[in-house]
Design a protein around this ligand. Structure first.
Ligand SMILES: [Zn+2]
Ligand SMILES: [Zn+2]
Length: 212
């Protein structure tokens, strides 16, 4: 079974999720945006073996620690979708703009597309391409655990910003209603910021996508 522990990192309190297979202790970090020493300590403390870095999208608070971790630990970088190439190229500029430590450049080992799968020990997650917040945003869905790691697509009571370059409001709404809702009302999602919620709860009460 897939297990996870969420660690808010960076001044933006971005929810980096440490996910692992409890059969093999193989682990991945979803969106290692920064505080890499703290993330490495969490992995070691739990006795896990980190095998990959997974990215939902390439904003600095989600991707800023990726290059450093990949280089130090020799890890593959999986995701996001190629639509975020320009955000990856812009990471050094993003880190200056937001006062982050310099972000090391990187090239994903494997780009992701809608319907791809990623494997962690005996657990398999499905990738859905959910553009709108960024063009190359993806989410990671574990049907078995009824969990979805959604980055900045959807939040408890809100949705992702669409006023960045490449953002589009109608596209984001379509990603949520066409690709997240079918995962089921009882699916709990881990957003990029703030508390968890379920798709059913958001369908009923989220002012931006409620009633859809
Ligand atoms: Zn973002
Ligand atoms: Zn974010």
């Amino acid at each position: 079974m897939l297990r996870y522990h969420t660690i808010p990192v960076t001044p933006f309190q971005q929810n980096c999720s440490l996910v692992w297979c409890d059969q093999t202790q193989e682990a991945a970090l979803i969106d290692p945006g920064g505080e890499v020493e703290r993330l490495k300590a969490e992995v070691a403390q739990r006795g896990l073996r980190l095998v990959a870095l997974w990215l939902t999208h390439a904003h600095i608070d989600h991707a800023g620690g990726t290059g450093t971790l990949a280089r130090e630990l020799g890890l593959p970088i999986v995701g996001p979708h190629p639509g975020d190439q320009f955000w990856i190229d812009g990471l050094p500029q993003q880190s200056r703009m937001f006062g982050f430590p310099p972000a090391e450049a990187f090239t994903p080992t494997r780009w992701l597309d809608d319907g791809d799968t990623v494997q962690l020990g005996q657990s398999q997650l499905t990738v859905r391409h959910c553009p709108g917040h960024t063009p190359g945003h993806v989410v990671f869905h574990s049907a078995e655990a009824k969990r979805c790691f959604v980055g900045d697509v959807l939040f408890a009571g809100s949705i992702g910003r669409t006023d960045f370059p490449g953002g589009d409001h109608a596209t984001l709404i379509a990603s949520i209603t066409d690709r997240l809702w079918p995962m089921g009302d009882d699916t709990v999602f881990i957003p990029g910021h703030g508390p968890e919620s379920s798709f059913g709860h958001e369908r009923r009460s989220n002012p931006f996508v409620g009633g859809t």
